[in-house]
Design a protein around this ligand. Sequence first.
Ligand code: UDP
Length: 617
Amino acid sequence: MRIAMVSEHASPLAALGEADAGGQNVHVAELALGLARLGHEVQVYTRRDDAALPERVAVAPGVCVVHVPVGPPRTVPKDDLLPHMDAFADWMAEDWQRTGDPDVVHAHFWMSGLAALRAGRARGVPVAQTFHALGSVKRRHQGQSDTSPPERLELERWIAREADAVIATCRDEVEELADMGVRTAHVHVVPCGVDTAHFSPSGPAWDHGLPRGRRARLLAVGRLVERKGFDLAVRALPDLPDAELVVVGGPPVERLDADPEARRLRALAEELGVGDRLLLTGQRPHEAMPAIYRSAAVVLAVPWYEPFGITPLEAAACGRPLVGSAVGGLLDSVEDGVSGRLVPPRDVEALASAVRGLLADPDGAARMGRRARARAVELFDWSVVAARTEGVLEMTAARRVPDQRRGAATGRGEPGPSWLHVHAAEVDGGMRSLLGQSDRIRSWGEQLATTLVDGGRLLAVGNGGSAAEAQHLTAELVGRCFTDRRPLSAIALCAETSSLTAILNDYGPDEVFARQVEAHGRPGDVLVLLSTSGTSSNVLHAAKRGSERGLRVWALTGPGPNPLTGLADESLVVEAPSTAAVQEVQLVAIHALCAALDDALTARGLMEAGPVCRQVS
Ligand code: UDP
């Protein structure tokens, strides 16, 4: 794919160099590199904030940073960039016209979303949106000190609805979007990532800082802003007499004395009598961070709120136990009691007590650190996150922008076509893709005729709306679809409520279908997996288990290829851009499959009703 990323204020070059890098810079840089390693071509569009910057900078094979010349060529606070977004979009659209349209545009942060949608709609390029942070959350926590433009909340809601896909970085964000009134069918959760080769437990530990003595080092990392809650860590120090606190981040060390938050933290530490146990290092290069984490006994991440938070992942990858606040992305990235401890936000007592517990039990803390590392490698390594993002972007790229939605979009309230008009076009496209697969439907009907009459069984699986579709299919087979015929064995595993809850409790969500496949499936049986995204983890596990047990695995999904089509023996793929359209066309596919089955039974003279049906009729 050719992927255009938009990161209007956060250049990946900052993360790759030594400039003041925040989470978004690092995220965009690593994601671009990860996608390029998967064979994609990535152009990252960011605002030119220095006149000396060339228009294009190739940073790695397949990754190019494009500096968009809008606004003054110097650093401008991100909250002041809104007036430049239309010009940003128009420049980008012209660039695409010159150099070729990308297959998909992936926007980072809400203002980038405005530019991406305006350019994307002008050129017919589908848009995926990652917010990184939501204005509604910021407003709730920062109140009057929130400096975001007043239109932010309304525009974010518009972007979330208008984008072809939204990538949320944690489950908490999905709930926020739902609270904003956004239908979440097109929202996919893909977490932020970490480079687990760079951030690893092995390697030197940083030895600069306070005289080590016998003090245990607590480490907190991040921009020096109030909401990161560094003051809470300082307030916990009097209760932790054997510990020192190192805070890494903020302006370079030589400018720390002028930084208001640094001054506030130092004054607070003096007031509490712990000034000699606090060290502020200022900004350290990203390269130096692994050694810094390795020097810590415990890492603290105690923000008031946190859209995602990369530092907890970095700490985990370095095998360090973490005490974090139970907010936002930390709820996903830290498994309380396993890879670290979660405490209520802004609760100094709970923080001190959790840290005390870890310092008093070094073996337990080390065990947590090892589990944190294992989790980071399995769930959050950039290779995993890039592959999951790739899946969503591929699905988004497959979504042709309906003609009605083309043309410049500004988000400023122009009337658009009704939902029904857009939907009709989407269903139409999906039906056309299904018609192109009629041979496969016929072949499935013939295979089912043989398998089910010979005593084989069909197992069907799906989540949510797809669960209802799975039940629809099995009802048609055990009952009848068009005319009377023998009952055929078919079970919707998603309808087995007691088994589902039993397995969920004892074996976890990934096993809810897989274990039933193992219980009921016999070699040669057919396993039908329905998933619009083709990415649901429990369905993927069922596919793997089905293959291992010798079942024939068939997938019914939205746009492909996707992870599920990669695991299935055969797939029916509905090329439609919304979940609703995919599910509606899937129901047509189910009826078409029943018709093909009845045709095959008729051709073999097997359409007579079974004994029970005869008695009834
Ligand atoms: N970071 C860094 N040097 C510093 C402080 C922070 O390289 O002195 C990096 C840190 O390793 C992490 C990122 O900046 O990768 C901060 O990300 P996070 O999501 O925690 O915070 P954000 O700044 O996005 O709110």
